[in-house]
Design a protein around this ligand. Structure first.
Ligand code: S3P
Length: 178
């Protein structure tokens, strides 16, 4: 595994990847990057607009290109990824090459509460938000579990507690080959 100093956060929308990532980057003195933000900066367009004008397939292509371009360039960085990024075939392997992949797992209820009233996620837009969330969550959880080097349960934990858990036994999970 190259880029051992990097931590790659994966998980469902609302699982806390951005908050945990920024907090951890600050604690470790690492850089923080977010694939959605990188895409928005590159495309000069919001994720919502990309979905609306070019469609999900195109957005998934941009996600894959983004992580491909990071290979060998990422150092001392916490990378937060969009919730659907690990689901695209081939992206799991690419993520594991970038650093230690951590799945921030959260229960349905926790995610439901965190996403209540949110209208920024195209995949949950419109009616039946709860049903859409449940279907995606059931499809994606096994993939997150397979892609991750480590799984951290985040329900009812503070940012500090989650960050400590991520940092604990860190070297134990530094894998030298994949
Ligand atoms: C998506 C999650 C979003 C964003 C896009 C699609 C998904 O990122 O990439 O709306 O498919 O789960 P967050 O996980 O940061 O919300």
């Amino acid at each position: 595994m190259s880029g051992k100093s990097n931590i790659i956060l994966i998980g469902f929308m609302g699982s806390g990847k951005t908050s945990v990532g920024k907090f951890l980057a600050n604690k470790l003195g690492h850089d923080f990057k977010d694939t959605d933000k990188m895409i928005e900066e590159e495309q000069k367009c919001t994720v919502q607009s990309i979905f609306a004008t070019k469609g999900e397939k195109y957005f998934r292509h941009l996600e894959t290109e983004t992580i491909k371009n990071l290979n060998d360039k990422l150092n001392n960085t916490i990378l937060s990824t969009g919730g659907g990024l690990p689901i695209t075939e081939g992206n799991g392997v690419l993520l594991r090459q970038l650093g230690q992949v951590i799945f921030l797992r959260a229960k349905k209820d926790t995610i439901r509460k965190r996403l209540a009233g949110d209208n920024t996620r195209p995949l949950l837009a419109g009616s039946d938000q709860e049903e859409k969330m449940e279907v995606l969550l059931n499809q994606r959880t096994p993939v997150y579990e397979t892609v991750a080097h480590r799984i951290i349960d985040t329900d009812n934990k503070s940012l500090d507690e989650i960050a400590k858990e991520i940092m604990e036994n860190r070297s134990q999970y530094e894998i030298t080959c994949d």
